[in-house]
Design a protein around this ligand. Structure first.
Ligand code: NAD
Length: 451
């Protein structure tokens, strides 16, 4: 079995990728289990040095990785470059962890009580196609830092940069077997991560539907699991906000990466008293978004990832859809889809389901209570933005919105040094931030009797 990668911008051939079968996945998992034993025994400073060398190899390959991502996923080249450098940064950040996995000494009678953070063993990381490199790094970097081995299964559509990261790990001197990238089908290789007793934790990023199956599968062995799932996040614009700035920045909160972003603010809630003013500025901003050739340095938004995904996005729109306005996109070959702004009713499918494309639903609201109710009226809870000049309102609303990653007067979501993850059906557990390596360990308590 294999998968043919085509460039989503022009439908040209990029690569043929061989898929592993279950037996090959098992062999890789066994090799990882073996490599992990030595890795965990290394002095913490040596593990730290090895991760810094891996980061340096990624750094020297940024242009190559960026070119691969742009050809495979259609990401604008400036964005792909940022993604590759983010992998380097994540590795550098967690290279400080091996020497800082500090336990506790707890006062007890009759001896000495200490805790250790023991590595789990082999960790299976399953990634989606939308941000292949960065999401992989959020799993493998802290897992390796904590003394684990990692097997990584990239999404079928976008395996190329993950495969390159696997090569770079080896070139940098990481031990054979310690970090392996296993291209293959979710139902074959991904499924083995769930069922193999040698894999002690699964880190899954993808759809809520598949995430639920993975969680149920992991329950069989009480296997540790982190889930990063879907979203339908709200960008809330209050009348007291800098409405012009909110309107000018809103396109990038939902159309970046062609809307294929779990954190996309795909519901835009606007206080009714400034609705018309906001929409005027928003229309100007949407029409200014540069959608086009991802190889062009000036491009802000590229194509969707595949023609199949474009069909899925397009299925949300028909003749009855209330389209307010659209941006532009190239014609001809490629999975192009113009940024689209719709004004549905609150309960409509387009306003409630994750589309994972450049489509935003604008919904008016009356007051603060109504905005909070509407923002939380979803099974998801990943991210969101709140625009207001009222400090008290910023505090109240950010505490009331059920979401793991909120920003006030900006659209920031992800920093490697801060925790990331979802409320409700957007996920389980957290990635990134200073505590991430701890999520790849078991706490062991040992009492040493004094007599
Ligand atoms: P998906 O669920 O279809 O696939 C994700 C990964 O799971 C792929 O590698 C796939 O091969 C694998 N997989 C599929 N079936 C499997 C099975 N039975 N067992 C094990 N693995 C299996 O998701 P996708 O379409 O690649 O990605 C889009 C989704 O990911 C969206 O819902 C998006 O919101 C979500 N996402 C979430 C985050 C987050 O951090 N919360 C980040 C990015 C994407």
């Amino acid at each position: 079995m294999s998968y043919t990668v085509t460039n989503p911008a022009d439908e040209t051939f990029v690569a043929e990728v061989e898929h592993l079968d279950a037996a090959a996945a098992d062999a890789a998992i066994a090799a990882a289990a073996q490599a992990q034993i030595e890795w965990a025994r290394l002095a913490p400073a040596d593990r730290a040095r090895a991760l810094r060398r891996f980061a340096a190899h990624v750094d020297s390959d940024i242009e190559h990785l960026a070119g691969l991502e742009t050809a495979n996923s259609g990401h604008p080249i400036s964005q792909s470059r940022w993604e590759a450098s983010h992998v380097r940064d994540v590795l550098e950040y967690y290279s400080a962890s091996p020497e800082r996995l500090i336990g506790q000494q707890i006062p007890v009678a009759g001896g000495l009580d200490v805790t250790f953070h023991e590595p789990l063993g082999v960790v299976g990381v399953i990634t989606p196609w939308n941000f292949p490199m960065t999401i992989a790094a959020w799993g493998f970097a802290p897992a390796l830092a904590a003394g684990n081995a990692v097997v990584l299964k990239p999404a079928e559509w976008t395996p190329l940069t993950s495969m390159r990261l696997g090569e770079l790990a080896l070139e940098s001197g990481l031990p054979e077997g310690l970090f392996q990238v296993l291209p293959g089908r979710g139902s074959v290789v991904g499924e083995r991560f769930v069922t193999s007793p040698a894999v002690r934790k699964v880190v899954f990023t993808g759809s809520t539907e598949v995430g639920k199956r993975i969680m149920a599968g992991c329950a069989e062995q009480v296997k540790r699991v982190t889930l990063e799932l879907g979203g339908k996040s709200a960008n809330i614009v209050f009348a007291d906000a800098d409405v012009e700035r909110a309107a000018a920045t809103a396109p990038y909160s939902v159309f970046d990466n062609a809307g294929q972003d779990c954190c996309a603010r795909s519901r835009l809630l606007v206080q009714r008293s400034v609705y018309d003013r906001f929409m005027e500025g928003f229309e100007r901003a949407v029409q200014a978004v540069k959608v086009g050739d991802p190889a062009d340095e000036a491009t802000e938004v590229g194509p969707l990832v595949t023609l199949a995904h474009r069909e899925s996005v397009a299925s949300f729109i028909d003749d009855s859809t209330p389209i307010a306005f659209r941006g532009s996109c190239p014609e001809g070959p490629g999975a192009w889809f113009a940024p689209t702004v719709v004004t549905p009713e609150r309960g409509d499918r387009i306003a409630t389901e994750e589309i994972f494309g450049p489509v935003v639903a604008v919904l008016p609201f009356e007051d603060e209570a109504d905005a909070i109710r509407l923002a939380n009226d979803t099974e998801y809870g990943l991210s969101g933005s709140i625009w207001t000049r009222d400090l008290g309102r910023g505090i109240r609303v950010s505490r009331a919105v059920e979401g793991g990653n909120l920003s006030v007067n900006s659209h920031s979501s992800v920093r490697y040094s801060t925790p990331f993850g979802g409320f409700k059906q957007s996920g389980l557990g957290r990635e990134l931030g200073p505590d991430a390596p701890l999520h790849f360990t078991e706490t062991k308590n040992v009492f040493f009797a004094a007599d």
